[in-house]
Design a protein around this ligand. Structure first.
Ligand code: 5GP
Ligand code: ZN
Length: 113
């Protein structure tokens, strides 16, 4: 999609620090980390947010979560980790291409702000 920051990152048109990639998803470190480890997992195909997940595209979401579990294991998140997806402006979404934040390495509080 034109003028989508994360489409450009997934295509390699804007540089990022890669964690993992395959034909369906791209994972890269967040530019403004909120925990000692903070990366984003995105579908390479443009999906606007969780609100746009449907029967046609949900397979890529299931795959993204398989990748998150694999990376959490490989990266040794033994004490735990958090997966977050902000959906819509009020929830704090600032980039309108579906992404899952994966955060680990510090104690976290609940509820979120
Ligand atoms: P949101 O606010 O939509 O939930 O999350 C967007 C995330 O993308 C933020 O945590 C922000 O720091 C990150 N981000 C924004 N622009 C860039 C960028 O150009 N590169 C990387 N690596 N992360 C970005
Ligand atoms: Zn996009």
């Amino acid at each position: 999609m034109e003028d989508c920051l994360f489409c450009k990152i997934a295509a390699g048109e804007i540089p990022s620090k890669c964690v993992y990639q395959d034909d369906q998803v791209y994972a890269f470190y967040d530019i403004d980390p909120q925990a000692p480890t903070h990366f984003l997992v995105i579908p390479k195909k443009h999906i606007e947010s969780v609100a746009a997940i449907n029967a046609e595209n949900s397979g890529i979401v299931a795959h993204a979560f398989e990748v998150i579990a694999k990376l959490a294991s490989e990266m040794g998140f033994k004490e735990g980790f958090r997966v977050v997806s902000n959906c819509g402006k009020q929830a704090g979404q600032s980039v309108f291409h579906l992404h899952f934040h994966v955060l680990s390495g510090r104690d976290m509080t609940w509820p979120p702000g």
